[in-house]
Design a protein around this ligand. Structure first.
Ligand code: ZN
Length: 453
């Protein structure tokens, strides 16, 4: 990621941290220093000075998409025909998974990450389990698929945490199915050896994931948890998205999935539990007391009819909240953020569970911490210079005063209102156009069309 330490941006408005909480400030100079970090932030600086890059609109921290499976983007539309269940949706997903190789995944993921950049996302947590060739045959480089994802993020100009996922079983004690053989390393020790060969880059960090308690036998959970702990790396896990997982876990082990993870050392402040939809009160206590982050994926959870998870109860108990677009039914971090609040309103018939500021924190600071970039997600000196500028003069956002910028961004804006995106001080999106991937819709159509033909 080439850096430009000389650049200074001037934002018409910016959402900045403050002693009394975040607030929208005007005429904000953001100077980028060495390492793509913010060297200084000055509010009320007056008109844009000569030499500064003018950014009209509201600058917000770049958004972290804490849970992604890039290839699910190819399912869009296909999985909305007819009805079906989570499990029939999964059959369609496996069909697309079977079509990808490292070259085609590089093309697809580059387009998907470019779509993310256009939506205001500056870092992605890629929960990656499509490791091997069909039938489980190893590629010459056993990490060829993961490397394709890291390269795709570089081409799209965003940061990535490759959450290399251990996926060994089709259910409690069951061998992987044919489709799942691409996902399996055989056992957790072999997973660890392969994951060890992945190296971080300037734009990329490496983390671990347990696909779920369905997919990793209980006695091997500790191997993955230890690998992440020894490297101080993030550890992600799908948790209790479906009641069937809870039922099967109780039948196999006599405890809930959360309890099973806790008993094997898989919860903690560097762990993110994804979905956490169907929990007991004890599960909530275990997640909160361990400092585990909860990654909510509201647009996917509603698409798959999962249910509404107890995000408010988890947050009140002390769990940080991050957000992910998961299956990419849509890629819109503003929609994910507002859905957290609006789902809770529907469930409780009361308003005001999260402020707009709190929702921006989930996509910003807490989202970045969830995927192992704790130095991003804030527009302040010392933080990585990753920010997103929302237009305040579009048909959706025009009208309210700019001091309500956080409320406008979260409750009215969409991905289409993102005007500029800066990652590590480098502008990746300008005036709604991706500067590195010239034709993002064309890239999506070509890469997905190649799979469908
Ligand atoms: Zn997922």
């Amino acid at each position: 990621m080439p850096l430009n330490p000389q650049v200074t941006y001037w934002a018409e408005h910016a959402w900045l941290p403050g002693a009394n909480g975040p607030a929208v400030e005007r005429e904000v100079l953001i100077a980028v220093g060495p390492g793509g970090r913010i060297a200084g932030v000055t509010a009320d600086s007056g008109p844009c000075p000569p030499g500064a890059v003018r950014l009209e609109g509201l600058a917000l921290p770049g958004q972290a998409n804490a849970h992604s499976h890039a290839f699910h983007r190819a399912l869009r539309g296909h999985v909305q025909v007819g009805s079906g269940t989570f499990w029939t949706w999964r059959d369609t997903m496996y069909r697309f998974a079977g079509l990808l190789d490292p070259d085609s995944y590089l093309e697809l993921a580059t387009a998907v990450y470019a779509e993310m950049a256009l939506a205001g996302i500056t870092a992605v947590g890629e929960f990656h389990y499509l490791h091997h060739a069909p039938g489980g045959v190893r590629y010459e480089d056993p990490n060829a698929m993961g490397e394709a994802l890291i390269e795709a993020a570089a081409r799209a100009g965003i940061r990535i945490t490759l959450l290399d996922t251990c996926y060994l079983s089709s259910g409690f004690g069951a061998e992987p199915t044919h489709a799942q053989q691409r996902f399996s390393d055989g056992d957790a020790e072999a997973w660890a050896v392969r994951a060890e060969a992945l190296k971080p880059r300037e734009h990329a960090r490496i983390g671990a994931a347990i696909h779920s308690v369905r997919a990793v036998p209980a006695e091997q959970l500790g191997t993955v948890a230890r690998w992440a702990r020894e490297r101080e790396a993030p550890l992600h896990v799908h948790l209790s998205e479906q009641t069937a997982e809870n039922d099967a876990c109780l039948a196999a082990h006599g405890v809930t999935p959360t309890r099973l993870l806790a008993d094997h050392g898989a919860l903690g402040p560097r762990t993110s539990a994804v979905h956490a939809t169907h929990l007991t009160e004890e599960d909530v206590r275990l997640l909160a007391s361990s400092g585990t982050t909860i990654c909510m994926c509201p647009t996917t959870e509603r698409d798959l009819a999962d249910g509404i998870g107890p995000a408010r109860a988890l947050a009140s108990a002390g769990c940080p909240i991050s957000l992910g677009s998961d299956s990419h039914a849509v890629i819109d971090p503003w929609e994910e953020a507002r859905a957290l609040e609006l789902d809770e309103r529907l469930r409780t018939r009361t308003r005001g569970h999260w402020t707009a500021n709190a929702l921006l924190r989930a996509g910003g600071e807490d989202g970045h911490a969830s995927i192992g970039w704790p130095e991003a997600g804030r527009i302040e000196a010392g933080a990585l210079a990753d920010f997103t500028v929302i237009a305040l003069d579009t048909v959706r956002t025009a009208g309210p005063p700019a001091r309500l910028g956080a409320e406008i961004a979260v409750f009215a804006a969409s991905a289409a209102d993102v005007r500029h995106v800066v990652v590590g001080g480098r502008q990746v999106v300008r005036d709604g156009a991706h500067l590195l991937v010239g034709d993002v819709p064309g890239a999506l159509a070509a890469s997905i069309g190649a799979l469908s033909s």
